[in-house]
Design a protein around this ligand. Structure first.
Ligand SMILES: Nc1ncnc2c1ncn2[C@@H]1O[C@H](COP(=O)(O)OP(=O)(O)O)[C@@H](O)[C@H]1O
Ligand SMILES: O=C(O)C1=C[C@@H](OP(=O)(O)O)[C@@H](O)[C@H](O)C1
Ligand SMILES: [Mg+2]
Length: 175
């Protein structure tokens, strides 16, 4: 069980990256942020990929990077668009418990501010509201555990994830 990954999914700004690293420290696991892996492998920022080649190119490269991921005993913070690749999500679920960090649309807006600079993978004319509804179905489909993540601090979200893992007997033993 200790070699299983914990895979965080959810909207941009829900705390996958911020909470992920706290969770890894708390549980004595490694940490992988797949956005950073993509940037390293492609040699460009995510926003540049979207600007140069479009949002679907980012989804394609994200799917490939996720499919090639072979870590064990890590917290994996995915990008918000990871759920567009069914194959990648199946791969992540093979050796991991997938946790959906759920925050309402208003909190997404508060947290991501000017989202035009965040490299969000969406059609240029798709509203954030529409994207939120489209994504919600996907996050619910793939999330084995769902955590209300609009808590005041990242530490509280980390506590809530640990409690839910323990409740389902999925928490790795901390040594
Ligand atoms: N309770 C909370 N949990 C996580 N992040 C929070 C919380 N409250 C405020 N934030 C802020 O929201 C942002 C979350 O961003 P990030 O961790 O990059 O999310 P993601 O990786 O899901 O896009 C950070 O700026 C963080 O400081
Ligand atoms: O939701 C999205 O479309 C995206 C979210 C980003 O990651 P975060 O969810 O960590 O912000 C990053 O993967 C990429 O720019 C696309
Ligand atoms: Mg992130």
């Amino acid at each position: 069980m200790s070699s299983k990954n914990i895979v965080l999914i959810g909207m941009p700004g829900c705390g996958k990256s911020t909470v992920g690293v706290l969770l890894a420290k708390r549980l004595g696991l490694g940490f992988t942020d797949t956005d950073l892996l993509i940037q390293q492998q492609v040699g460009r920022t995510l926003q540049t990929i979207v600007d140069d080649e479009g949002y679907q190119a980012l989804r394609r490269v994200e799917g490939q990077v996720l499919l090639g991921l072979a870590v064990h005993g890590h917290v994996i913070s995915t990008g918000g668009s990871a759920v567009y690749s069914e194959a990648a999500m199946a791969h992540l679920a093979e050796n991991g418990v997938v946790v959906f960090l759920d925050i309402p649309l208003e909190e997404v807006k508060r947290r991501i501010g000017d989202h035009s600079l965040r490299g969000i993978s969406r059609h240029p004319e798709q509203s954030l509201e529409d994207l939120f509804q489209e994504r919600l179905q996907l996050y619910r489909r793939y999330g084995q555990l769902v955590i209300r993540a609009d808590l005041p601090t990242p530490d509280q979200v980390c506590d809530a994830v640990v409690a839910e893992l323990v409740r389902h007997d999925l928490a790795p033993a901390v040594h």
